[in-house]
Write a protein that binds this ligand. Structure first.
Ligand SMILES: [Cu+2]
Length: 579
């Protein structure tokens, strides 16, 4: 009897230990081998860089509170880093990943181990953050809620969840594409196709001899099985290098429940726009009795940029006791790529959930106001060479007339931490040097030269930052998806025309604005973001179209330390790459 009782006590003790271990988060280890591989797509073999021989790369699926350890081995002949896109890296800025911003890149035949804890929940992704490698070096980063809760999600438990990674496919080597764009000084080549989980779908008929054969071909077309009556959580990620995309499904509506790992009020839509760098999770009820239905990733023309006038299709196939006898999946009317209003509508409709169980903390006041004017520009071409930008010049891009130049000898974080002079200057302007009518006046090319520099904006710990981004009509009426590292921000307002603080701030939504890490600045318009700068370190802020990134459309914030260890950037990892 005594023995039984002590076993009982031991068992109870074990349960308590296990419970607390789970509550404190587990440690999850992953190995990433970065290497070349050959992929057949669009009738051609293309050499790509991929992780563990997979494209898209391996999914990381963890639980909220877990510690993640990823050992990255670089087996290609270029530098690489991995960025955990949307992971806030609280007090772990050294693990964020952008090359020359928070770390020196991992050189060939070298390794680096990333270690960080994740307290967020939802759908994010990881991608390379060096050169254009992110085009093929990317994968899902899914953080599940702690499942022992009776209701882990703020919506009905889905029957299954499916990850859908959208991308663009280039038949040429991406690093060569990038080099060509840099040498020519003009706009980069457009992609050759869009893809859903690596597959372009039946509109790219290649290996199959007939249309009906190609659409059932699993190799070319991504398929998902639906059981009638069940609810599915689709986690959609736009990992494309260059393209804003509409996502839609024939004969099905979608209820948006989460964006960039933040829960939203339910919003039912027939299509939505997703920019590179964004994620959108939707609940889809399998409302049909049977048959097959296309899902589509179709382009949106945000500005003057060229794109493939084509569509990636995947298939949702109903699984019924009688099998599936549909010969041809149902196709729907796709959104018009030139419908500017439709593209920009979705962001305006989003609201954070902001419930008792999932409260939001929107900064009600701003103590640091920044006004960033985003412009396309020109730079001189190399002497004796005519570039393929406007008037034989080189295309460039700037924020407040500063086109970013990446350091080469040290990361900005290292230079800040170890006080290395000459790497950056702490004088990024809070507003444009000369205000003008940003959306009204077309400039002469000679007025479109920008400055260059590695200039950062220094923010005191805990400041409530208001960051207004304004687009211009310089060279193109572009919109830009801007991504902030280290923080989520609230989109408290957006509008058409020039931003006017006195008029527009009064209309800000400070109750339930959407919280994201990547926002679309409207064409000929502005967007207002707010965030609390309570995570010390160096945080990149940039356009998530890689062509624009190459032209210098990025800047960095340094958030200073506060008081005590919980507000202070820890020391760097001992074994980190050298520049
Ligand atoms: Cu851009």
């Amino acid at each position: 009897m005594e023995l039984v009782r002590s076993f009982g006590t031991l068992f109870l003790l074990l349960c308590v230990i296990l419970f607390f271990q789970q509550a404190a988060g587990r440690t999850r280890k992953f190995e990433f081998n970065v290497a070349y591989m050959s992929v057949n797509k669009l009738c051609r073999a293309t050499r790509i860089v991929a992780v563990n021989g997979q494209f898209p790369g391996p999914s990381i699926r963890i639980q909220q509170g877990d510690k993640v350890i990823v050992r990255v081995h670089n087996m290609i002949r270029s530098n690489i880093t991995i960025h955990w896109h949307g992971v806030q890296q609280r007090l772990s800025c050294w693990q964020d990943g952008p090359a020359f911003i928070t770390q020196c890149p991992i050189q060939e035949r070298n390794s680096f181990t990333y270690r960080f804890r994740v307290d967020q929940v939802g759908t994010l992704f990881w991608h390379a953050h060096a050169a254009w490698l992110r085009g093929t070096v990317h994968g899902a980063f899914i953080i599940e809620p702690v499942t022992r809760r009776p209701r882990p999600y703020p919506f009905p438990q889905p029957f299954r969840d499916e990850t859908i990674i959208l991308g663009d496919w280039f038949v040429n080597d991406l690093l060569e594409e990038e080099e060509r764009a840099i040498v020519s000084g003009g706009a980069p080549d457009m992609s050759n196709a869009f893809i859903i989980n690596g597959k372009p779908g039946p509109l790219f008929n290649c290996s199959a001899t007939s249309y009906s054969k190609s659409f059932t071909h699993e190799e070319n077309t991504h398929k998902i099985g639906f059981i009638p009556g069940e609810a599915y959580l689709l986690r959609i990620i736009n990992a494309a290098l260059e393209q804003d995309l509409f996502f839609s499904i024939a004969n099905h509506t979608m209820t948006v429940v989460e964006i960039d790992a933040s829960y939203t009020k339910h919003l039912t839509v027939t299509e939505f726009l997703i920019t590179p760098g964004q994620t959108v999770s939707v609940l889809v009820k399998a409302s049909q009795h049977g048959g097959s239905y296309y899902m589509a990733a179709s382009p949106w023309r945000s500005g003057g940029a060229l794109f493939q006038p084509t569509v990636a299709l995947g298939i949702i196939e109903y699984i019924t006791p009688h099998g599936n006898f549909s010969l041809m999946p149902v196709l729907h009317n796709l959104p018009n790529p030139d419908d500017k209003a439709l593209g920009q509508k979705f962001q305006k409709l989003l609201r954070s959930l902001n419930s008792k169980q999932y409260p939001e903390q929107v900064p009600q006041l701003a103590d640091r106001r920044l006004f960033h004017v985003v412009s396309l520009n020109v730079k001189p071409c190399s002497p004796g060479i005519i570039c393929s930008g406007p008037a034989g010049l080189r295309l460039s891009s700037s924020i407040n007339n500063v086109s970013f130049v990446s350091p080469k000898t040290s990361s900005i974080l290292e230079a800040y931490y170890n006080r290395i002079p000459g790497v950056f200057t702490a004088d990024f302007p809070d507003k444009p040097p000369v205000p003008y009518d940003y959306v009204g006046k077309a400039f002469d090319i000679s007025d479109l030269f920008s400055e260059t520099g590695t200039r950062v904006s220094v923010i005191p710990y805990g400041a409530n930052v208001q960051l207004v981004l304004q687009t211009t009509i310089n060279l193109a009426n572009d919109s830009h998806p801007f991504h902030l590292h280290g923080f989520d921000f609230y989109i408290v307002g957006e509008g058409h025309g020039n931003f006017d603080g006195a008029r527009d701030e009064r209309k800000f939504n400070l109750v339930d604005p959407p919280r994201r890490n990547t926002a679309l600045i409207p064409i000929k318009g502005w967007i207002a973001l707010r965030f609390k700068a309570d995570n010390p370190g160096t945080w990149l802020f940039h356009c998530h179209l890689d062509g624009h990134l190459t032209w210098g459309l990025e800047m960095a914030f340094i958030v200073l330390n506060g008081e005590g260890p919980n507000q202070t950037l820890p020391s760097p990892p001992k074994h980190r790459p050298k520049c």
